[in-house]
Design a binder for this molecule. Structure first.
Ligand code: RP5
Length: 286
């Protein structure tokens, strides 16, 4: 895993683990029970935490989509012993397992046991197409963003990788489904591959993603006409500022920062010095 190279850069070299996942401990979808409080030093599984007893939760939607019961279902069976290939590794490396054989969150405790709203035991793989353009009228960089229906936050138009699907295909498919925009994501620059600090994460199920960045030349950007698809409440070119980036869903703020940092570092999209200056200013704040 994590050996694909793009622009000569092995994805392993840019894989990062957040030291302590915050959204996975302090946020949750409304239907989840309250998370068990996990102080920073108790996050790692190696830390002794004798009183740790997180509530168990699996959404009825996950149960209803058990692929062994429902044709086309996207979830694993609730009984993990019925899965032949329980994941032993992910983009985060080799995984630990608990005494019931359930894979353990690679960053550590989240205060919630079970799968919550996530279908797979262990890593749930997504893909995030990061599309940016420059707005010379306002001297700002803008992100093609969707407003999520589940919590109203602005987000990269990402989504889950279907079984057996090439991730480049997922990037283009999700982009088109959520924004109506068709782009060839093969040309995208690999920004990140690894764990996502998502509010749905639990001790036994979590999000991991592959994010690729495409910065559109002004001419191409002008021709792009975004329209919100069924999964999005709205779509827009979101001007990037410290405030708008910090309000993005899950780890998307850090994904966008990494994308801009990559653009500034070796200018893969051959943008003007003026555009690079704007990107530099943006990544230097906060
Ligand atoms: C995030 O959830 C990923 O970064 C990706 O953007 C998203 C995928 O989940 P859905 O949008 O399909 O709910 O963790």
């Amino acid at each position: 895993m994590g050996t694909e190279t793009l622009n000569g850069l092995a994805s392993d070299r840019i894989l990062e683990k957040p030291a302590i996942h915050c959204k996975a401990r302090f946020e949750k979808p409304p239907e989840y029970p309250a998370r068990f409080a996990v102080p920073d030093p108790m996050v790692p599984w190696t830390a002794d935490f004798p009183g740790y007893s997180p509530p168990y939760y699996v959404s009825p939607v996950v149960i209803a989509n058990d692929s062994t019961q429902k044709p086309g279902g996207w979830a694993d069976p609730e009984d993990i012993s019925r899965i032949a290939d329980v994941p032993v590794e992910s983009f985060s490396g080799r995984l630990l397992h608990d005494e019931k054989g359930r894979p353990l969150n690679p960053v550590g405790r989240t205060g919630l046991s079970g799968r919550g709203l996530l279908g797979k035991w262990g890593p749930n793989y997504a893909a995030d197409p990061i599309i940016t353009r420059i707005n010379m009228a306002t001297n700002s960089i803008e992100l093609l963003a969707i407003r999520r229906k589940d919590n109203g936050q602005w987000a990269i138009p990402g989504g889950m990788v279907d079984k057996g699907e090439e991730v480049t295909r997922t990037l283009a498919r999700e982009l088109e489904e959520e924004t109506g925009v068709k782009l060839d994501m093969v040309k995208g620059r690999l920004t990140y591959r690894g764990y996502v600090d998502d509010p749905r994460n639990t001790d036994h199920a979590w999000m991991e993603t592959t994010a690729k960045h495409l910065h559109l030349p002004a001419e191409t950007a002008r021709r792009v006409n975004p329209e919100a698809g069924d999964d999005a409440a709205a779509v827009r070119w979101l001007p990037l500022s410290r405030q708008s980036m910090e309000g993005l869903y899950a780890s998307h703020c850090s994904l966008v920062r990494k994308a801009l940092a990559g653009m500034v570092a070796d200018n893969p999209f051959q943008v003007s010095e003026e555009e690079l200056q704007i990107a530099r200013a943006l990544i230097s704040i906060g």
